[in-house]
Write a protein that binds this ligand. Structure first.
Ligand code: BGC
Length: 745
C-alpha cells in the first residue's frame, strides 16, 4: 500500500471513529468490541506481505522506555504508552527513568484504585476512564497502562491501593466502565496485571498456584468482562508465574483463555522487565517485550532464521499490533504536549469521584457533619492531613498539577468560621532511598506527641488523621503489617485522653488495623489517596455539604491474621532470594529474574475476602460494602421475576427517610440454599447507586444476568449453571441485609 493510500486510510478511520463514538448511551452500550479490531484485516495482510523480517521484529519490543516501533517506511506511527492508572505519568527521557523536564506534563491526579471502587459507581468509572483518555491524548499517548484490576487478596499487598476490590464482580463492572470511558475517547487500555498478581513480595519470581475454579470465578473475571464487554485492546502480562509458567510466556493464559475463550484480538505487552524467553514468549502470544529488546530483538531474528520460530507466528503478533495501531488514531508529535495535561474538565471528574468515594464507617451521636456554630477551635492532628499522595508507588506516581491536601481543603471550606490549628503529631514516613525500606512501625515521637496533646487540649474538636501514605503502600514491596505506622495509635490515645471529641480520618489505600483507634473516635471515615481534589471533597463531606456515600470495596478485618492467606499460613512465603524485577531493571542487573521463586499457594480457593469471613464466621471490624450516610434509607416491596433467558429481574422501593439529599449504594447478594458445589455464604451479584432527595422514594430495578450466576466447572473447563433455590438478599452492605426473598434458578 502506498504512503498516500495509508494516509487516506487513517483519516477515514479517524472519521469513522468519531461517528461511532457519538452514537448511543455512553456507559450502557459501547460501539467498541473485539470486532472493532477486525476491520482492516485485508490491508494488514498486504502490509505484512511487504515487510522485512527486521521491520517485523522491530515492532515486537520497546523502542524506548514507553513506546514500541511502527513502520516508518510506510508512515505507520509508533505506539506510545503511558502509565498509569490514576494520572498520565510525567514525560521521561527516551531511554531512562529521569524526568524529561517538560513544563506541560503536569496531569490531574485521580483518586487511586480502591477509592474509585469505593464509589461503586459505573458512571464515575466511565468518566474516570474518559478523563484519563483526554489527558493521554493531550500528551500524544495511544495506550494507557491501566486500569489495574487484580483482586485484593491480602490487605498488605503493595498494590492493593491500585487495585479495585476483593470482589470480582465489583472489580469487573468498574473495569468495564473504565475501559469504555478510555476507548470511546480514542485511547486503548492495557488491563494489568494479567494475571494473579496479588502480592509484591517476590513478585518477579513467585509462582501462584491456583485452582481453575478460583482462577476463572475470582481472579480472571474482571479481565474477562473488560475484554468481552468493553472490547479492551491491550493486556499487560504480570511479572509472576501462574501454575508454573511466567505470565509473559503462559500459553494457557494468553492463547487458550484470553484469545481463544474470550476472543481477544488485541495485544499483550510484558510488564517492564517481565519477559523471560524468546521462542516461548512469542509463541504463547506476547506481542511486545517492554522495555528494551533482550528477548524479542536480535534473539528473535536468530530464532526466526534458525526456524525455532516460524514467520507465521511473528506475522500473527505483528497483525495484532497493527489492528490496535489502526484502531487508535495516532497523534502527530508536534501536536502532543502543547498544553498543560491537567484540564478543568478532568479536575471536576476527580472531585466527583473523590466525593463519592469517602466512606463513613462510624458516626456516634451524629458527630458528623461538623456543626460550625458550636465549633470555634479545631485541632487538625496528623502529618497525613497535609501530605501529598500523588507521587510514590513507582509506576503509578503522578506529577500532579496540584493536590489539595485535607488540611488545605478544610482551611478553604471553613475560612474564618472557625480557627484551625494544625500539628503533625507524628513524622511523615519518607522512604530514605528508593526501594530501601525501613520499617515504619516504630514508636511515637515524644516531642510531636506532646505538641499534639497540647493542641487537642485547646480545641473544641479534634480531627485526627491516621493511615499509611504512598511511601508505605507501594509497588515493589508489601506491607509487613496493617498496624497504623509511626506510632499513630499511641498519639491518638494521648490526644483522645485530653479531648474525647475526636473524629478520625483514615488516609490509606488498603485496610488498616482499627482496633485501637476505632473506640476512641466519635466518627471514623476512609478518605483514601483521593487525588488532586481529595481535600476539597473531604471538607465537603465533613461539613455536610455532601452526604457521604462511599462503600467499602474490601473487608476491614479485625486483625491481619484473620485474612485467609495469613490464617492458612500460605502468605508470606519464605525464599532465599528476593531479586525484584523492577529494581533489577533500574539497576541494570540481569539474571535475578530467573531465580527460582517461592510458591504462593491459593489454598483459600474461591473464599477470598468476605466470602471467607462469612463462611468461617469470623467477625470483622467493618464488612464489605459498609458505608453510612447522613440520611437514612428505607427498603421495601421486593419482587422478582425471571426472564426467558434466565436473567433475574428484581425491583424494590428505596426511600430517603432522612432530611438531606443523599446517595445510597444498594447491593444484591445471592445465597444458594442447596448446592452440589461448594459455595460461599453469599456472593455479590448486582449493585446500583441511587440518588434521592430528602423524603423522596424510587423504584429500584436491577437485572442479574444468568451468566453471573454460573460457576466454573473444572471437569468441563467451562461455566455451568446450577438450577435450584436461592435466597436473594438486598442490603446496604454485605452484613446489613434489608430485604430477602427466595428465587428459583
Ligand atoms: C509496573 C507496571 C507499570 C510499568 C511501567 C512496572 O514496574 O508493574 O504497572 O506499568 O512498570 O512503569
Amino acid at each position: 500500500m502506498s504512503k498516500l493510500k495509508l494516509a487516506l486510510h487513517f483519516s477515514l478511520l479517524t472519521f469513522l471513529f468519531f461517528l461511532s463514538s457519538c452514537v448511543g448511551s455512553r456507559v450502557k452500550k459501547t460501539t467498541i468490541s473485539q470486532a472493532t479490531l477486525m476491520q482492516w484485516e485485508d490491508s494488514i495482510t498486504s502490509i505484512i506481505r511487504s515487510m522485512t523480517l527486521e521491520e517485523k521484529v522491530a515492532m515486537l519490543h520497546g523502542k524506548n522506555m514507553f513506546s514500541s516501533a511502527g513502520i516508518p517506511r510506510l508512515g505507520i506511527a509508533d505506539l506510545e504508552y503511558a502509565d498509569g492508572p490514576f494520572g498520565i505519568r510525567e514525560e521521561m527521557v527516551p531511554h531512562g527513568w529521569n524526568s524529561a523536564g517538560l513544563t506541560t506534563d503536569s496531569a490531574t491526579f485521580f483518586p487511586t484504585g480502591s477509592a474509585l471502587a469505593a464509589t461503586w459507581s459505573i458512571d464515575d468509572a466511565y468518566n474516570y476512564g474518559k478523563g484519563m483518555a483526554k489527558e493521554a491524548r493531550l500528551r500524544g499517548k495511544d495506550m494507557i497502562l491501566g486500569p489495574a484490576i487484580n483482586i485484593q487478596r491480602i490487605p498488605t499487598g503493595g498494590r492493593s491501593y491500585e487495585y479495585f476490590s476483593e470482589d470480582p464482580l465489583l472489580a469487573a463492572r468498574l473495569a468495564v466502565a473504565y475501559t469504555k470511558g478510555v476507548q470511546e475517547n480514542k485511547v486503548a487500555v492495557c488491563l494489568k496485571h494479567y494475571a494473579v498478581n496479588n502480592q509484591e513480595l517476590f513478585r518477579g519470581t513467585v509462582d501462584a498456584r491456583i485452582s481453575q475454579r478460583a482462577l476463572h470465578e475470582v481472579y480472571l473475571l474482571p479481565f474477562q468482562q473488560a475484554v468481552e464487554e468493553a472490547g479492551a485492546f491491550g493486556v499487560m502480562a504480570a511479572y509472576n508465574k501462574v501454575n508454573g509458567r511466567w505470565c509473559s510466556e503462559n500459553d494457557e493464559l494468553e492463547n487458550h483463555i484470553l484469545r481463544k475463550q474470550w476472543g481477544f484480538r488485541g495485544i499483550v505487552i510484558s510488564d517492564w522487565g517481565g519477559t523471560h524467553s524468546t521462542v516461548d514468549a512469542v509463541k504463547a502470544g506476547l506481542n511486545v517485550e517492554m522495555p528494551g529488546q533482550r528477548f524479542l530483538g536480535d534473539a528473535l531474528l536468530d530464532s526466526l532464521r534458525s526456524g525455532a520460530v516460524s514467520e507465521e507466528v511473528v506475522d500473527e503478533r505483528v497483525r495484532e499490533l497493527l489492528r490496535v495501531r489502526f484502531a487508535i488514531p495516532p497523534i502527530p508529535a508536534e501536536k502532543a504536549n502543547q498544553q498543560t495535561t491537567s484540564q478543568p474538565e478532568q479536575q471536576h471528574i476527580a472531585y466527583e469521584v473523590a466525593k463519592r468515594s469517602i466512606v463513613l464507617l462510624k458516626n456516634t451521636d451524629h458527630a458528623l457533619p461538623i456543626n460550625l456554630i458550636k465549633t470555634r477551635r479545631i485541632a487538625v492532628i496528623g502529618a497525613l492531613a497535609d501530605a501529598h499522595q500523588a507521587q510514590g508507588g513507582v509506576g503509578a506516581g503522578v506529577k500532579a498539577l496540584y493536590e489539595i491536601t485535607p488540611l488545605e481543603g478544610l482551611k478553604r471550606a471553613i475560612g474564618n468560621d472557625a480557627e484551625i490549628t494544625y500539628v503533625p503529631g507524628y513524622p511523615y514516613y519518607q522512604a530514605q532511598q528508593r526501594f530501601q525500606r525501613v520499617s515504619p512501625w516504630h514508636e511515637a515521637d515524644t516531642q510531636l506527641m506532646t505538641e499534639a496533646v497540647e493542641a487537642a487540649r485547646n480545641a473544641d474538636l479534634v480531627i485526627f488523621f491516621a493511615g499509611t501514605g504512598r511511601e508505605v503502600e507501594t509497588e515493589g514491596s508489601d506491607r509487613q503489617s496493617i498496624l497504623l505506622p509511626m506510632g499513630q495509635d499511641e498519639v491518638a490515645a494521648a490526644v483522645a485522653a485530653v479531648n474525647p471529641n475526636m473524629l478520625t480520618v483514615i488516609v490509606s489505600g488498603g485496610a488498616v488495623d482499627l482496633r485501637s483507634i476505632q473506640p476512641l473516635s466519635k466518627a471514623l471515615l476512609m478518605s483514601w489517596f483521593n487525588g488532586s481534589e481529595g481535600g476539597n471533597a473531604l471538607a465537603d463531606v465533613l461539613l455536610g455539604k455532601v452526604s457521604p456515600s462511599g462503600k467499602l470495596p474490601f473487608t476491614l478485618p479485625m486483625r491481619l491474621d484473620d485474612n485467609p492467606a495469613y490464617s492458612l499460613g500460605v502468605y508470606p512465603q519464605q525464599a532465599q532470594q528476593n531479586g525484584d524485577v523492577f529494581v533489577d531493571l533500574v539497576n541494570k542487573k540481569k539474571g535475578e529474574q530467573s531465580a527460582q521463586g517461592p510458591v504462593a499457594s491459593y489454598e483459600e480457593d474461591i473464599f477470598v475476602g468476605y466470602r471467607w469471613y462469612e463462611s468461617k464466621n469470623i467477625s470483622v471490624m467493618y464488612p464489605f460494602g459498609h458505608g453510612l450516610s447522613y440520611a437514612s434509607f428505607e427498603y421495601s416491596k421486593l419482587s422478582t421475576s425471571t426472564t426467558r433467558q434466565g436473567d433475574i429481574e428484581l425491583q424494590f422501593t428505596l426511600k430517603n427517610t432522612g432530611n438531606c439529599d443523599a446517595e445510597e449504594v444498594v447491593q444484591a447478594y445471592v445465597s444458594r440454599i442447596h448446592s452440589a458445589v461448594q459455595r460461599p455464604q453469599k456472593e455479590l451479584k448486582g449493585f446500583a447507586r441511587i440518588q434521592l432527595k430528602a423524603g423522596a422514594s424510587q423504584t429500584v430495578k436491577m437485572l442479574i444476568p444468568r451468566a453471573n450466576l454460573c460457576h466454573w466447572n473444572e471437569k468441563t473447563d467451562g461455566w455451568d449453571y446450577e438450577q435450584g433455590e436461592a435466597t436473594l438478599l438486598i442490603g446496604s452492605s454485605s452484613a446489613d441485609i434489608k430485604l430477602e426473598t427466595t428465587i428459583k434458578l
